[in-house]
Design a protein. Structure first.
Lengths: 201, 115
């Protein structure tokens, strides 16, 4: 027999691994999957009255390796026509960013005053230029607000849930990386740590 | 001669059929996630793991083949139930006919080559 707290910890660790593995899945989708699998594990635990680590590990084994779930989610994205557009859009964004970055490098070689060369100036052959994005401050915000702030800036994000003795409500963002004010690119990943909903030691 | 990778073939076939197996399970009654994925994983060899069913559920929901609703649970938080839509029922009926034809054809040819 293992304490509920210890079992909760094992589940949290699994969900953190899953959240990281789903890093390339677009955020609404990732959130839906995280919610579904969190529900699944909770249902399995209560239906099967799990009180031992062995029984819990069995449930998690059946849920499967986070990498397999991520592979399935990414496969799905290209299989579905609606999602395919998103995939192409994202590929296009990456291509533009890559071209802009290449432009800077070429610029640095050609022009001696490379510090004056901006992506906008060198990548003039592309129609859209991805300007650098200032990472917003979402520390202290509930996850829902953090999500809308980050997606408004076209940033994607990953959440890890942690135990915290802080008095803030569960689901509050405790830390973020890159830090607020840092410059990043459209489509970059921001790693958030939020206070868990589960009871801690 | 190069040995063909049959595990890849099985995974391709599984990929094609599993979505319809989900629809078939929902034909008679609505089910919640855990119940549905357990039913699939206990039907041997159909899914690699229960977790991989969820991306599929998200997709067929986006495609309008199933929809979801919440039901309060006797113990714990409410459960998300999956329900077959009219389009889902139609897709399932079409697949059943196509599957039977396909299976019969392949069976006939396989039997023929045995003799």
């Amino acid at each position: 027999m293992t304490s509920d707290n210890d079992l909760d910890q094992i589940v949290e660790q699994y969900l953190s691994r899953l959240s990281v593995a789903l890093g390339d899945v677009r955020h609404e989708r990732r959130q839906q999957l995280m919610d579904s699998i969190t529900d699944h594990i909770r249902e399995a635990r209560s239906t099967l009255s799990v009180t031992s680590e062995v029984a819990l590990r069995d449930i998690l084994d059946r849920v499967g390796r986070p990498e397999d779930i991520a592979a399935e989610a990414l496969d799905d994205r290209t299989a579905s026509s609606v999602s395919q557009k998103t995939w192409f859009r994202r590929a296009a964004v990456i291509a533009v960013v890559a071209m802009a970055a290449a432009g800077v490098t070429i610029g640095a070689v050609i022009f001696t005053r490379s510090d004056n060369v901006t992506p906008a100036a060198t990548a003039s052959t592309t129609t859209t230029i991805a300007p650098p994005i200032t990472v917003p401050n979402v520390v202290g915000a509930p996850l829902a607000r953090a999500e809308s702030q980050l997606t408004a800036e076209r940033l994607i994000f990953t959440v890890s849930y942690l135990c915290s003795r802080s008095s803030v409500p569960p689901g509050t963002v405790m830390s973020q990386s890159p830090t607020p004010g840092a410059r990043t690119r459209m489509g970059s990943d921001v790693v958030l740590t939020a206070k868990t909903h589960q009871t801690c030691h | 001669m190069v040995a063909r990778d049959s595990s890849n073939l099985v995974s391709q076939m599984r990929r094609g059929a599993i979505e319809y197996c989900v629809l078939a399970l929902l034909r008679d009654r609505d089910m919640y996630g855990f119940e549905l994925t357990r039913a699939l994983s206990t039907a041997g060899g159909l899914v690699t793991s229960e977790g991989t069913v969820y991306p599929l559920l998200t997709r067929i929901r986006q495609d309008g083949l199933v929809d979801t609703f919440w039901v309060s649970s006797p113990q714990g938080p409410p459960r998300r139930y999956y329900r077959l839509t009219k389009d889902g029922r139609l897709a399932l009926d079409t697949f059943r006919v196509q599957w039977q034809q396909f299976r019969d054809t392949v069976d006939t040819i396989l039997k023929g080559s045995d003799e």
